[in-house]
Ligand binder design. Structure first.
Ligand code: UT7
Length: 323
């Protein structure tokens, strides 16, 4: 029988520098009140020069391995979801591989914006189920502070930097057979590519690129698509809203998170929220939130956790995991 994959450990890293809304409003035409009311964000972390995507991803990966009781020798593959890689190549995943001292297997970066971690988990799960790998690090690591347009108050107040990671491994004979990644569903709609994008890239002369977002449109799609993704995950597993112990949503906007919690009939204390302190860390947001709620003891082994995210592309998806 082919193995299921077990989400064995989580970890996170946040840059040392914290920037409050009040601090931002000294240089951007905004206010703490506007940012809190519209998004729930109070502060975000911004990376300093040495806190690169690889540096933060490595720190989060180390924490995930330690949480899983695993070592570099257990890692066959590294999937690093990011929209802000350190270099066009080599893949940031391979900088992490070198830093961790992993000397076998393979790794690559994955570009699916804010849904990148869910995409990465889906790919890792497929690789483990097919026997291609037995131990996979899935990392989301981002330095959005380096692609923000500081003249655009509609976007520059929304994002933060950070990294989150999980270690996923093939189930063994000792594992409870209800445990593991029960399902992943990923989607994309390229025709909506112009509502959230970066207007440049390494390959474009003199145009490293800044983030552009049509917030209201993205908001509208987020509410609809994420609700569909949740129902799809539950239907695929023959489950209902009542089976879910925890929702760990993408942390873009408190209003979207609250709407999703309500739709699922979950009390607010069963929805993990970090957007107030981290802002939107894109591919890092879901694994960072998961790592926080695992580390502080809220999410326990055996709990059923629903993960979901939506981002530029559009990309979106869900994962249902019993820890
Ligand atoms: O991670 C990927 C997924 N991303 C998302 O899910 C984000 C989805 N979108 C959103 O969260 C919301 O659309 C935003 C938080 C981005 C914006 O909230 P909104 O309620 O849609 O505001 P808006 O963009 O329609 O702007 C409303 C007003 C405008 O003023 P007028 O035209 O009504 O006079 C803006 O100029 O708020 C103004 N505004 C600001 N005011 C103070 C926009 N940004 C700011 C700001 N500070 N930072």
């Amino acid at each position: 029988m082919l193995p299921r994959s077990i989400l064995a450990g989580c970890g996170g890293y946040l840059p040392e520098r914290i920037v409050t809304n009040d601090e931002l409003s000294r240089t951007v035409d905004t206010s703490d009140e506007w940012i809190r009311d519209r998004t729930g964000i109070r502060q975000r972390h911004f990376a300093s020069k040495h806190e690169t995507t690889a540096f933060m991803g490595t720190a989060a990966a180390r924490a995930a391995l330690a949480d899983a009781g695993a070592t570099a020798a257990d890692v066959d593959a590294i999937i690093l979801a990011t929209s802000t890689p350190d270099q066009a190549f080599p893949a940031t995943a391979l900088r992490v591989q070198a830093e961790l001292g992993v000397t076998k297997g393979f790794g690559f970066d994955l570009s699916a914006a804010c849904a990148g971690f869910i995409y990465g988990l889906s790919v890792a799960d497929g690789m483990i189920r097919s026997g291609q790998a037995r131990g996979v690090l899935v990392i989301g690591s981002e330095v959005y502070s380096r692609i923000l347009n500081w003249q655009d108050r509609g976007t520059c107040v929304l994002f933060g930097d950070g990294a989150g990671a999980v270690f996923v491994r093939a189930a063994n004979a000792e594992d409870d057979d209800r445990r593991g990644v029960l399902s992943t569903h990923i989607h994309a709609q390229g025709t909506l590519g112009d509502i959230l994008y970066v207007d440049g890239a390494v390959g474009q002369p003199d145009k490293p690129g800044h983030l552009v977002m049509h917030g209201r449109e993205v908001f509208r799609h987020a509410v609809t698509r994420l609700a569909e993704a949740v129902e799809e995950a539950l239907a695929a597993n023959g489950m209902t809203h009542a089976d879910i112990d925890w929702l760990v949503p993408h942390q873009a906007n408190r209003r979207i998170i609250d709407a999703m919690g309500k739709k699922l009939g979950l009390p607010p204390e069963r929805v993990v929220v970090t957007v107030d302190r981290h802002a939107n860390t894109s591919a890092a947001s879901v694994p960072l939130a998961l790592a926080e709620a695992r580390a502080d003891g809220r999410i326990k082994s055996g709990d059923l956790v629903l993960l979901e995210a939506l981002g530029g592309g559009l990309t979106w998806g869900s994962a249902l995991v019993r820890l």
